[in-house]
Design a protein around this ligand. Sequence first.
Ligand code: XIL
Length: 356
Amino acid sequence: MIYFLLTVSFLSACTKKGVTASGGTTPIPVPPVVVIDTNLYKFMPFPMGASVGISLMKNNAKYSGVVTKEYISITAENAMKFGALHPSETVYNWADADYLVAYAQANGQRIHGHTLNWYQNLPAWVTNFSGDSIAWEKMLKGHIQTVVARYKGKLASWDVVNEYFNDDGTIRPSVWVKNLGPDYIARCFQYANQADPDAILFYNDYGHEYSSAKRTAIGNLISSFKTRGIPIHGIGMQFHMTYTQTDANISAAINFAAATGLKVHISELDVRVNNNKVQGLVFTDAMAAQQADRYKQVVKMYNTIPKAQQFGITTWNVGDADSWIPSWQGAPDWPLPFDANYLRKPAYKAIIEGGK
Ligand code: XIL
């Protein structure tokens, strides 16, 4: 594996003295071999982020070192989800989320909240909740407003609702939709906006790059919100991609998102390579190169949308060993720009190239 080092040329100050045959001295140039350390985000024309796990932040110095140094925007991979923050009806567990917020603030990083409402990561007390629609509404509103109010002025933004649609564009039959009807989604945005009028509010989902039906459904939702004056400011596209994803599909998603006029966040980027879920697969240089090329293409296309709409790109975790993909797909994978030892893969350099 070839890893990325930046080299620069030295100027005249970096020469040695050599003795010539005539006894005089002539400067001999020293080869350009100075290695400069880099911070990924400083190379990028928009905010570059990663999602992070709290126990890795606390217990793995290499991991927290990379998070501190390379990224300017931070998302909690799990710590701000409903089940993590609100494990029983009367108990909020703020410890992990607070830790991350304090860490990012001390480090001058932006914090993006993920996620106020989702059909997954719900504690049993919610899935078993037996109240009527008024009680459900109170519970929904209470959760959203308690969480948003706690981090008001500290978080820049929130994924308000995550994955409301199926891939065919129909509405997912979540407990929220079942108990509150499909328009509960609009009220989620209103509740969040009331609790922090300055927070940038996103609708987040996956599949924009392969499902035009889903794009249409999301586009219609956003249009209807605008018509009705429901506060929505951004569209989050997860972009859990495969390394064989096409340029055409990547640009269809990005162009669609840009056309909404909202801020666009590529919110959970990773590029997996094990399409056939082969158990003994080995990550080759060829795979690394093709993966790097996809990262570059995503960044390049994203960089063509208007500056004011570029909320940023966030990768879903940091090193290959931390990625959710292997357990999700039940097979090994290497989807991130850092390897298991937090060394930079070709994808790292490709991200910088794409942003030029
Ligand atoms: C995933 C996390 O990465 C895992 O650690 C967790 O077990 C399940 O959730 N879409 C999302 C994210 O919006 O919240 C998901 O994160 C990945 C898919």
